[in-house]
Design a protein around this ligand. Structure first.
Ligand code: FES
Ligand SMILES: [Fe+2]
Length: 448
């Protein structure tokens, strides 16, 4: 693992980005081949396919992939296309994010070719008509590279791609300590938004927008932070020094107990994420359990250990992560290109954005929220389609969403020279475009 020193703050040189990656149809066409068909993509959670034969599909532009539990401890991925004449093997229900189900074999609806969970074809009607030219190799479903990390299933459409673990570093080695594989969905929502996928994901990989977009948070604390490149990926966090403070914003003000309780209660009510029920309950107890004179540091320590104990009592054991690793890890990572992973010891908040059709002005955007649950107590969830403006998103995310279409439209103005991200707080935005330029072979950010 690289540098574990404290609270990283990398100051990039000021850069100017191009608007083409956000706006151009030609760029999006190239993106399909140079980016989406070459990167590891987070496609599902392992717990979504617990039983042999359970499958989910993942849709990315022209490609659809079937991810199936083919054995108790085995997951396979196949191109969702029948090798006979190209019919999509599994239909995606109209308006759905993806298909799900359970099969012991996949049967094509057109001429009835069968494929086992290992992808091998059988029951090919009139097989002899091919005069012996159909072989196991040329009739099997096309394999897609698949691997697991952090409880997520990742796919890569490039048969010659590097191993997932190598791709994910240094994120994997830092985030392994958070035991993300034990998290379970609390809720998950998705929608189609009127902006490029980069506009959507970039709204969640910087701290610079907090004062103007979420003004009500300013009474809880200072939200200035940093973002920096981490291999292909990037990380971001808050400036505050001290154990845990780099990633958990503690309410500010004279009485840290009250401010913390208010901040946690507000966030849970309006976002329903970032904390857990145990952290909320523990925050509500702070006033009873600590004197008014308690310092911020004392309040933070007590709050976390009291929630940790309450969870342990019901069999939910948080991983113990060394303070320097907590500081090193920041609050979130953007796993290149499109998976923003907000990690914590007992919860998680993740975003993913990807193109929608061949329209650079649209994207599929999704939010998944996780918690650690006692054995068997995780709620049953599914992807809930939630249009913009639906109260189901809550008020805080809606504030973030309110900028997206306006940015997409604004960038089209002849009077706009290109985004100029804050070199420190929006360092992860710059990092995204640096890696993007490497994959795309164009659009390198220019030093101002
Ligand atoms: S296209 Fe699938 S069996 Fe013919
Ligand atoms: Fe925000």
């Amino acid at each position: 693992m690289n540098d574990l020193s404290g609270n990283p703050q990398v100051h990039y040189q000021p850069k100017l980005l191009e608007t083409e990656p956000y706006l151009s149809r030609e760029y999006l066409k190239l993106e399909r081949d140079r980016l989406w068909r070459r990167v590891w993509l987070q496609a599902a959670r392992l717990e979504e396919i617990p039983n042999v034969g359970d499958f989910v599909t993942y849709e990315i532009l022209d490609d659809s992939v079937i991810i199936v539990r083919s054995g108790t401890d085995q997951v396979r991925a196949f191109h969702n296309v029948c090798v006979h004449r190209g019919r999509r093997l599994i239909d995606i229900p109209p308006g759905a994010r993806n298909a799900t189900g359970n099969r012991n074999r996949f049967i094509c609806g057109y001429h009835g070719w069968n494929f086992g969970l290992d992808g091998a074809a059988s029951n090919i009607a009139c097989r002899q008509d091919w005069q012996g030219k159909l072989t196991p190799e040329n009739t099997a479903l096309g394999q897609v590279r698949v691997d697991c990390w952090g409880g997520w299933i990742w796919i890569n459409l490039d048969p010659n791609c590097e191993p997932l673990r190598d791709y994910l570093e240094p994120a994997a080695s830092v985030l392994d300590h958070f035991e993300l594989q034990n998290l379970r969905y609390k809720w998950r929502r998705w929608g189609v938004f009127d902006c490029n996928w980069k506009v959507a994901i970039e709204a969640f990989i910087e701290t610079y927008h907090v004062p103007a977009t979420h003004p009500e948070y300013m009474k809880f604390g200072v939200y200035q932070g940093w973002g920096r490149q981490e291999g292909l990926h990037s990380s971001l966090g808050y400036d505050a020094k001290g154990e845990n403070k780099g990633r958990l914003r503690l309410g500010s003000g004279k009485d840290a107990r009250k401010a913390t309780a208010e901040m946690v209660a507000y966030t849970m009510e309006h976002v329903n994420s970032n904390f857990s029920q145990s952290l909320l309950d523990a925050a509500m107890r702070l006033e009873d359990e600590l004197p008014e004179t308690a310092t911020e540091e004392e309040v933070l320590k007590h709050w976390l250990s009291s929630a940790r104990q309450a969870d342990a009592a019901q069999g939910v054991v948080w991983p113990t992560v060394a303070p320097e690793l907590v500081a090193r890890s920041g609050v979130a990572w953007n796993i290149f290109p499109n998976f923003r992973l907000g990690h914590a010891v007992n919860n998680g908040l993740c975003y993913q954005a990807r193109p929608y059709g061949d329209d650079p002005d649209k994207c599929i955007f999704e939010v998944s929220v996780f918690e650690l649950y006692p054995e068997g107590a995780a709620p049953k969830t599914e992807w809930v389609h939630t249009p913009l403006g639906d109260p189901g998103w809550g008020s805080v995310l809606s504030q973030d969403f309110s900028n997206m279409a306006a940015v997409q439209q604004g960038m089209k103005s002849t009077g706009f020279a290109g985004p100029r991200p804050n070199p420190k707080e929006e360092g992860a935005v710059v990092a995204l475009h640096e890696t993007l330029a490497t994959y795309m072979g164009l659009g390198r950010p220019q030093t101002i």
